[in-house]
Write a protein that binds this ligand. Sequence first.
Ligand SMILES: *Cc1c(COP(=O)(O)O)cnc(C)c1O
Length: 394
Amino acid sequence: MDYKALGDKYLLHTYNRYPIVLERGEGTRLYDENGKEYLDFAAGIAVYALGYGNKAFNDRLKEQIDLIMHTSNLYYNEPACIAAKDVCEASKMDRVFFTNSGTEAIEGAIKTARKYAYLKDGMTDHNIIAMEHSFHGRSMGALSVTGNAHYREAFQPGIGNVKFADYNDLSSVEALIDEKTCAVIMETVQGEGGIYPAEDSFIKGVRKLCDERDILLILDEIQCGMGRTGYMFAWEKYGVRPDVVTMAKAIGNGVPVGAFAMTERVAEHSMVPGDHGTTYGGNPFACAAVSEVLRQYKENRLTEHVKELTPYLEAALDGLKEKHDIVADRRGAGFMQALELKEPCAPVISRAQENGLLVISAGADILRLVPPLIIDKEDIDIMKDRLDKALTES
Ligand SMILES: *Cc1c(COP(=O)(O)O)cnc(C)c1O
């Protein structure tokens, strides 16, 4: 069967897919329909943190399928109650709402901020400050706070009252804040925008501005959270805490689930019954996945593993930068790394695929590496070797 042709005929053409039909995975390796093996440094876009074919994870899902997969939120269910506790403990937040995706988590965070401000002054004209080069998702609210004019252009008008500051430029945030600002939303490490970690003084400065004016700080940790930077959440490194956090991607290890969580103070002064809902969100199947993911993070000391191996990964990438003239920069945090090239990265990605390595991009000339968190030194050595070849041929 020619699945590429089938997909090209019937799938809505919103992606220019790589010409690979993936069939199955094992650990850090993926296999296509022809049995060709790939070392995976993409993890389905920072999702498959525990690696493929994880037996305990798969067994837990199978067990839950046989019990019940969906109840709606009109009733309690055991996995959702347990996962809520697990997520709150992991994030040091107090209350959580489960969604089906990252973009929906952003929608919930935006609604929380608007409601919080509405309860203070009864007005409906509050604004949100977002960042240039940010990415928060594709639904209308999330798109409206995404700092990529090209993504927004054809779909205007957005939700309105959104202003864009420059990431890592505190004065640009300060200049946009006014008495109608209800939230500042940003990624702790910008992902799609090119892998830019927040500077210490910037994130602390934004936190301070928000505290002084009772503005909610929403940190989008959908990509950089869940251990990817060597901390359960990337903000921990800076010693700041958001008022609202969004998560998704790795939290489900392949099961579509997201969440937004908040402090008790925000929860008490925002959403009430009737304000927000979802049919699927937080169903027993998705929540069983979340708790098993968090259990394995603890059991396998995954954040420590990322911290321990980060210097080795960075050294490998720095080595490639030294060797190859077309590499302009290496940056990142933990297992969220980028090689910025002096030319488009698409040909390098294709050659890497031919050599049996999956990497992705974050912008036209930025190679992004977001491997499963379970990679070992050998995986890093193989990645280096295959990427070296791909860069050499350019
Ligand atoms: C992927 C991503 C989103 C959107 O998540 P979806 O599950 O694709 O809707 C939002 N924010 C960030 C930082 C992301 O990386």
